[in-house]
Design a protein. Sequence first.
Length: 98
Amino acid sequence: MGLLFVMTHATKIGVTHADDEKHRIPGTVTIRETAPRIRAAEGPAILSSDSGAALLPPPVEAFREFLLLAMSEDFFESEIWRLTQENPVALFEITGNA
């Protein structure tokens, strides 16, 4: 089951997109609760954005805000790079210049 949620300084919306029921995450999801889960995944973890709903910030802004939240929980720039650049490249086996 995949989990999709948007987390910015002002908005926390959690919805699973694994089926037609769109189960909601109960309560509020905070970066403080999420950071240990990201760290527990270690190598295969990927941070990305799918913020496309009209009531949310534009995708690039939502992702920027999420990364700022991650940095507020002491994720280093090198970790952010691995989670947003290196791990997706490895997952999708991207090689050379596209």
